[in-house]
Design a protein around this ligand. Structure first.
Ligand SMILES: [Zn+2]
Length: 380
C-alpha cells in the first residue's frame, strides 16, 4: 500500500464504513481499545436503536453529504457528551454536521455549540506538591475576589521590568517575610514566615560528619526531618558558619545509636519525639510525602493495647495514615484492609493487610538507621 492508497482509504472512510460495526473484530485487528470505544459510540448514534428515527436518518445523510471523516464524527460525539437532553443533542449534532472545513474548524464550532460544563472548584484550600528538581509548588484555591486582591497586592510590589510571574514570586516572599531574611535561613521577622517551623532535625551519619568537618563533604546530601535535603556545603555555610540557622543536628553512632542532640535542653519527651523523627524522617506508608515534622507521634503497639511510651514503640505517622492505621489487628486478628505500622528489623515499617512489609520509597532512605546501616536489614 502506498501513501496515495492510504489517503484514498482515509477519504473513503465515512459514516457508511460503520454500518456493519464489529467491536471484537476491531480489537482482534489490534486497534487501540479507546479508539474502538469511540467508534462504537459513533456507530450507536447513526445506526443504533433510537426514538429519533427521522433525526438519525437525516444525520446519516448529512454526514455523508459533508464527506465527514470518522475522526470528525468522533470529535462531534466527544462534545455531545456535554449535552444532557437527547433531542437537543440531535439538534446540535446536525448543526455541526453542516460545518465544512478542517478538523480544527469543526472543533471550534463544537466548543461554541456544546461547551464543556464548568467544573466545580471545590473548597478553598492550599496544596503543596512533592519536590521536583529541588523545588515545590504551592497551589492556593480561593474566591476570585480574594485571589484578585492578592494578585493586585503582588503586582503593586513588582517592579514591572521582568517576567510578571517571577516578580510576583519575589513580591510574595516580601509580603510573607517583611524582615527579608528568609533567604538567610533564619526565622523571619515579626509576622513573617519562619524558614522552618517547627525546627527540622538534620540527620548526620558519623562518617559524613567527619568528612564534612574535614571539608571534604560538600556534595554529601543530608536529609532533614521535614522531608527536604541540604548539602554538606550548605550545612557548613548556614549552620556552622553563621550559627544563626535555627536547626538542630542529631549525630548517630554506628553501634550506640543516637549520640547527641546539639543545643539540647529538652525534656525526655521532646527528645523522644526528635529521635523518632530522626529514625523515620517521613511518614512510613509507601507513597506518602508527609515529612516527620508534619506527622503525629504514633504508638506502634497502641496505648490502649498496653503499648509503652518508649522510643522503640514511637514512630511519626501523618494524620491521615495515623487515623486509618489498623491498630486492632494484632489483638483481634481481623484486618481493616488498610495495613498498619509495625517494626521490621528494628525499623518502623508499614505492613500491608496481607502482612507484607513495604518501605516508603520517598525520602525514607534518609532515615538514621538506613544512613548508618544501609537499606538492607542488619546482619544477625
Ligand atoms: Zn502518611
Amino acid at each position: 500500500m502506498t501513501f496515495a492508497d492510504l489517503l484514498d482509504a482515509v477519504r473513503a472512510l465515512g459514516v457508511d464504513a460503520l454500518a456493519g460495526f464489529d467491536r471484537d473484530a476491531l480489537i482482534a485487528a489490534g486497534v487501540d481499545p479507546a479508539r474502538v470505544r469511540a467508534l462504537a459510540g459513533v456507530h450507536e448514534v447513526y445506526f443504533g436503536p433510537t426514538r429519533f428515527r427521522a433525526q438519525q436518518r437525516l444525520g446519516v445523510e448529512a454526514a455523508r453529504a459533508g464527506g465527514h471523516s470518522l475522526d470528525k464524527l468522533v470529535l462531534i460525539e466527544r462534545y455531545m457528551a456535554n449535552i444532557d437532553d437527547a433531542a437537543a443533542r440531535w439538534r446540535v449534532r446536525r448543526e455541526l454536521l453542516s460545518v465544512r472545513g478542517s478538523h480544527a474548524a469543526l472543533r471550534r464550532a463544537a466548543q461554541q455549540a456544546a461547551p464543556a460544563p464548568e467544573r466545580p472548584a471545590g473548597p478553598d484550600r492550599v496544596r503543596v506538591s512533592r519536590t521536583r528538581g529541588g523545588k515545590r509548588s504551592l497551589t492556593v484555591v480561593g474566591s476570585q475576589r480574594r485571589m484578585a486582591d492578592l494578585e493586585h497586592a503582588l503586582m503593586g510590589r513588582a517592579p514591572g521590568v521582568g517576567p510578571a510571574g517571577e516578580e510576583m514570586y519575589d513580591a510574595l516572599w516580601e509580603l510573607l517575610d517583611p524582615a527579608g531574611d528568609a533567604d538567610a535561613g533564619a526565622g523571619a521577622g515579626a509576622g513573617g514566615v519562619a524558614a522552618a517551623v517547627p525546627r527540622p532535625l538534620l540527620l548526620i551519619p558519623l562518617a559524613s560528619w567527619v568528612r564534612i568537618m574535614r571539608g571534604e563533604g560538600d556534595d554529601t546530601v543530608l536529609g532533614l526531618s521535614d522531608a527536604t535535603t541540604m548539602t554538606g556545603a550548605e550545612f557548613l555555610n548556614q549552620v556552622v558558619a553563621t550559627g544563626a540557622f535555627e536547626l538542630e543536628a542529631a549525630l548517630f553512632h554506628p553501634q550506640e545509636g543516637a549520640v547527641n542532640l546539639y543545643r539540647t535542653a529538652r525534656f525526655a519527651n521532646q527528645k523522644q519525639r526528635d529521635l523518632a523523627r530522626a529514625v523515620t524522617p517521613v511518614c512510613p506508608v509507601p507513597g506518602c510525602r508527609h515529612g516527620a515534622e508534619a506527622c503525629e507521634i504514633h504508638h506502634i503497639q497502641t496505648w490502649k493495647h498496653g503499648g509503652e511510651t518508649n522510643l522503640a514503640n514511637l514512630v511519626p505517622v501523618c494524620r491521615y495514615h495515623n487515623r486509618i492505621n489498623d491498630d486492632d489487628q494484632p489483638v483481634t486478628g481481623r484486618s481493616n484492609g488498610r495495613g498498619r505500622i509495625d517494626t521490621a528489623h528494628g525499623r518502623p515499617t508499614w505492613v500491608s493487610p496481607r502482612g507484607y512489609p513495604a518501605k516508603n520509597p520517598h525520602h525514607a532512605h534518609f532515615g538514621a538507621m538506613e544512613q548508618l546501616f544501609g537499606t538492607d536489614p542488619p546482619p544477625g
